[in-house]
Design a protein around this ligand. Structure first.
Ligand code: VGL
Ligand code: ZN
Length: 279
């Protein structure tokens, strides 16, 4: 009998890359690749991590007062990150632009922007599809009529709250890459947080073509790292118990590390199929 395991992930804690919370896995694919491209980075989320969701508000989404192109496309991705952080009991923060009606950034006050995210308005609400769990800490910013504040750290309790909660690493996504995300990431770096830019969960305005590219380059230059959902553990590819393939897989005893890892990971998304063939 011939068993073919396709796309199966064998996670292992790699002693050579154990400087931070990141663990690495060898991803074995159907061509039995053992080369460098198969070394997959995985972030194990703990209570020392926090997710910072930046300004996912109606006004920054299509149809809003200051729409970020494709701004709503970050929402399902952020909902996946929320699940990951919630499962790990890690803190979740949501910043919001929260302007008084006479804010200095508005055109009527000589600023660059149309009125947006005015306190208490519909446009200032978080997008209804964003599934912020109970326990999310809301950070309101840019509330002083005389000061612009793009960063979630600017004039807020964010740094203090993170530090008192023992957070050392932050993962930042949301809107807009070239304004509030950029300034939040740069401040996080200045304040000594290990900082991950969630590349698949950000979109930018690009007032000038290239603004987003430059913003990302500046964040990286200042020590931010990029991550996407692919860099987080997938569930171990054991199919559901009622699937006959399970029996075949379970016969091979799991190593101690595999058992631990499996216990930590709950399924998200669909199970990867494990193909079996008889020969
Ligand atoms: C933002 C422009 C004006 C942002 C806020 O959230 O990125 N951009 N106000
Ligand atoms: Zn604003």
């Amino acid at each position: 009998m011939l068993l073919l395991f396709s796309g199966k992930v064998y996670p292992l804690l790699c002693p050579y890359f154990n400087g931070s919370h990141a663990t690495y896995s060898f991803v074995e694919n159907s061509t039995n690749c053992l080369g460098e491209s198969c070394l997959k980075k995985e972030y194990a989320i703990s209570k020392e991590d926090a997710l910072i969701i930046t300004d996912v508000q109606n006004d920054f989404c299509p149809g809003g007062a200051l729409p970020v192109p494709e701004g709503d496309q970050v929402i399902p991705i952020l909902n996946d990150y929320i699940k990951i952080f919630k499962k790990a009991n890690a803190r979740i923060f949501a910043t919001r632009d929260w302007h008084p009606p006479n804010h200095i950034s508005f055109k009527a006050q000589g600023g660059p922007w149309p009125p947006h995210c005015v306190q208490q308005s519909e446009g200032a609400k978080f997008h209804p599809d964003l599934k912020l769990p109970s326990g999310t800490t809301i950070i309101s910013k840019a509330t002083d009529p005389l000061r612009e504040a793009y960063s979630g750290f600017d004039g807020t309790e964010l740094a203090h709250t993170l530090k008192t909660q023992g957070v050392t690493r932050v993962f930042v996504g949301g809107l807009a890459t070239d304004y509030c995300v950029k300034n939040t990431v740069l401040d996080a770096r200045k304040m000594g947080f290990e900082t991950m830019l969630l590349l698949d969960a950000v979109r930018g305005i690009n007032v000038e073509l290239g603004d987003v590219r430059k913003a990302i380059a500046e964040m990286i230059k200042n020590g931010a790292e990029q991550a996407t959902l692919e860099d987080f553990p997938e569930p171990l590819e054991a199919p559901p118990a009622e699937d006959p393939d399970t029996e075949l897989l379970e016969k091979k005893p799991l190593t101690r590390v595999e058992t631990k890892k499996k216990a930590r990971m709950r399924p998200r998304g669909r199970y990867k199929r494990v193909r079996t063939e008889r020969g």
